[in-house]
Design a protein around this ligand. Structure first.
Ligand SMILES: [Zn+2]
Length: 412
């Protein structure tokens, strides 16, 4: 039993305790809420700030004159400006560019392709042994780096070359697909990247000296987003973009006289009024690229079986039209020798002397107009091609259209 006074004080004490518990609970709930809020803010603030930044940049890009296209162009200019490909000193050299790294030869795999993959070295050997070139006066180009290649190529395309199967398809050498990619990079793609460096450097040389010959290069089937027909990198497109930025050139003529259509540079410059394309090709052979054909400024189709005289007559006419249609500040001459009679892929019947006369016509065209010219050797699939190219360079020298001696090769 309990007394009433004791019961009352017990009741009061109980109420007081209840209030205290409630007060304590409210206090801890408040603290919990506070902690939760701080935690939320800590997590959410960077996210909110990031979304705010995104909204700002979206608003900026849609409302400012700096469109994504302008951004891509300024990134391209930035890449070209910071590249080292124009660095080699050419002042005491002949405008002939070559590196022993050009030549592809390993495990006998080069024999599986109808391409004479050491023709570049053989051309130089002929010129040196016959006294038309000193070994020490040849300019060695640098390898085009990934940043250099991104001037034209998409990242996705360059990544696709990390798959040996893709490289096998591009080079048309099936066993390449079985090789580890590091080996493909070292033995196939590295030589090509050196040749790309050569074509890019040739434009600088040509601007300074009037002409330049990259003993390799001319991968005219490759565009920024796609390779093919033994062409893994778009050296012609890269050379032109470098010339725009580094050599202050704004009008370029491509004269593509390889037997095949140059669909790579055509896709890259299809809507670019700074570039005029004269392409003389056999329409009955690879690559049958009808879309790229729409982008040729002057299309000259020479059918299978066309012989020397007919070919050269068509070339005379084409050069006359090109000369009156466009005034370039630089000519890129893609001088493939697969127009030679007997070439298994070109289908044309031009004689070795016809090739020599062809090259002379193009160099004379440039000389008469005082336009710097870059020559790249491109396709040419027979063992005799190297000899014909060397003969042609010797002829250009004899006719005074080029001068391969170091001391006297001054500005034209
Ligand atoms: Zn070709």
């Amino acid at each position: 039993m309990t007394s009433p006074s004791l019961s009352l004080s017990h009741e009061l004490f109980s109420k007081l305790r209840t209030h205290l518990v409630i007060a304590k609970t409210t206090e801890s709930t408040r603290n919990l809420c506070k902690s939760t809020l701080y935690l939320f803010l800590a997590i959410a603030t960077p996210f909110i700030a990031y979304r705010g930044y995104q909204s700002f940049t979206m608003f900026w890009s849609s409302s400012s004159p700096y469109s994504p296209k302008t951004d891509a162009e300024s990134l391209r200019r930035q890449r070209v400006s910071s590249s080292k490909l124009h660095d080699p000193d050419v002042s005491s050299k002949a405008p002939v560019i070559y590196s022993s790294y050009y030549d592809i030869s390993f495990l006998g795999i080069e024999k599986l392709h109808p391409f004479d993959s050491s023709k570049w070295g053989r051309i130089c050997q002929f010129l040196i042994s016959e006294g038309y070139l000193e070994k020490s006066s040849i300019v060695e180009p640098l390898e085009a780096s990934t940043e250099d290649l991104l001037v034209v190529h998409t990242e996705a395309y360059l990544n696709s070359l990390k798959n040996s199967l893709t490289v096998a398809k591009i080079t048309e050498v099936a066993p390449v697909a079985m090789l580890p990619n590091w080996l493909v990079q070292m033995k196939v793609l590295y030589p090509f990247r050196r040749q790309v460096g050569g074509t890019v450097l040739a434009a600088k040389f040509a601007k300074e000296r009037g002409w330049a010959i990259n003993v390799g290069g001319g991968f005219h089937h490759c565009s920024g987003g796609r390779g093919g027909g033994f062409c893994a990198y778009a050296d012609i497109s890269l050379c032109i973009h470098f010339a725009f930025v580094r050599s202050n050139i704004s009008r370029v003529m491509i004269i593509d006289l390889d037997a095949h259509q140059g669909n790579g540079h055509e896709m890259d410059f299809g809507n670019d009024e700074r570039v005029y394309i004269l392409d003389m090709y056999n329409p009955g052979i690879y690559p049958f690229d009808m879309t790229a054909r729409n982008y040729i400024n002057q299309k000259v189709e020479v059918v299978t079986g066309t012989t020397t005289d007919e070919y050269l007559k068509q070339l005379d006419k084409a050069l006359a039209v090109a000369g009156s249609s466009f005034a370039p500040e630089l000519i890129i001459y893609n001088a493939g020798t697969d127009i030679l009679d007997g070439d298994p892929l070109g289908g044309l019947k031009v004689s070795p002397d016809g090739v020599v006369r062809r090259d002379e016509k193009v160099f004379r065209f440039a000389r008469e107009r005082s336009i710097p010219i870059v020559m790249v050797t491109s396709g040419g699939y027979m063992k005799t091609s190297a000899r014909v190219i060397a003969n042609s360079i010797i002829n250009l020298s004899k006719k005074g259209l080029i001068d391969t001696s170091v001391r006297s090769s001054g500005r034209r």
